[in-house]
Design a protein around this ligand. Structure first.
Ligand SMILES: Cc1cc2nc3c(=O)[nH]c(=O)nc-3n(C[C@H](O)[C@H](O)[C@H](O)COP(=O)(O)OP(=O)(O)OC[C@H]3O[C@@H](n4cnc5c(N)ncnc54)[C@H](O)[C@@H]3O)c2cc1C
Length: 244
């Protein structure tokens, strides 16, 4: 696994939801980035004579495009966010990685409970081919819970809805903290994702829980999961916090 420093060149970007911009980078020279689905890369952004290091989960579905797709939430007053949102195609940025152990492991058959807020959905999107394989092998089932404010923020929602349509072992739940559409779709719920997680009656003997995104959501979920017997062996977390 390489932890090289390399240069990304921005190919394109677009607003994927009202508060999230998707950036499509390619490595300078065109070589592919090898990563394990679930990992992140770190961008090194020059800012006022210093270097900001900001990490972003790779959202690319392996085998689809030779691009490193990153989904970045707009943060009011955010330094890296501003620099990234001002970038135009052709812009270059230094990066290192891939890093991280928030990946699927060789787990015994059971149920994955994959929980995200906002852009915390990105690692699960990269895991889609692996998930399909495990679900098709009929050994695993999976429920993905995505917490956002409302339906217009359902980042990469169609990728997961289509897996749920194709595969009975997969279920997708969208948890909306603010707006529930009228009438709601079968996958749509009002409330917080960590509460909807506990309504699935997580079982530490059978389930493995992945938690990604907002640190507050992760702390709340971990507290609740511990009370029903989960520990570090069956809870895996990726907190989206700023580094400097
Ligand atoms: C392993 C890892 C993976 C990550 N992956 C992603 C990812 O895929 N997509 C993504 O968008 N972010 C991701 N993050 C967070 C990202 O690295 C930055 O922290 C984020 O983009 C904010 O950086 P900034 O420089 O714009 O904000 P800063 O200038 O560092 O912060 C400005 C202010 O905003 C607050 N703030 C920072 N982040 C948020 C937030 N998300 N919501 C509300 N307030 C905030 C800070 O506390 C501070 O007060 C990840 C973080 C880690 C550690």
């Amino acid at each position: 696994m390489s932890h090289d420093r390399f240069t990304f060149v921005l190919q394109s970007s677009h607003m994927a939801t009202p508060r999230v911009r998707q950036f499509n980078f390619r490595r300078e020279g065109g070589s592919a980035l090898y990563y394990t689905p679930g990992q992140f890369i770190t961008l090194h952004l020059p800012w006022q004579g210093m270097e900001l290091r900001r990490s972003y989960s790779v959202a690319t579905i392996p085998g689809t495009v030779n691009e490193v797709q990153l989904a970045v939430t707009y943060v009011e007053g955010g330094r890296a966010t501003r620099l990234l949102y001002d970038m135009t195609p052709g812009a270059r940025v230094e990066a290192t990685g891939p890093f991280g152990r928030f990946v699927l492991r060789d787990d015994p058959p059971g149920r994955y409970l994959l929980v995200a807020t906002g852009t915390g959905i990105s690692p699960y999107r990269a895991m889609l081919p692996q998930l399909r394989e495990r679900l098709d092998g009929r050994q695993h089932e999976a429920v993905l819970l995505l917490g956002v404010r409302g339906p217009d923020e359902l980042l990469f929602g169609e990728d997961f809805l289509s897996l749920a349509r194709d595969n009975r072992a997969f279920r997708f739940i969208a948890s909306y903290s603010r707006h529930l559409p009228e009438p709601p779709g079968a996958h749509e719920r009002k409330g917080y994702v960590q509460d909807h997680l506990m309504e699935l009656h997580p079982d530490p003997q059978h389930d493995i829980v992945y938690l990604c995104g907002n640190p507050g959501m992760i702390d709340a979920a971990v507290e609740s999961l511990k009370t029903v017997g989960f520990d570090n062996h069956n809870m895996r977390r990726e907190k989206y916090v700023s580094s400097n």
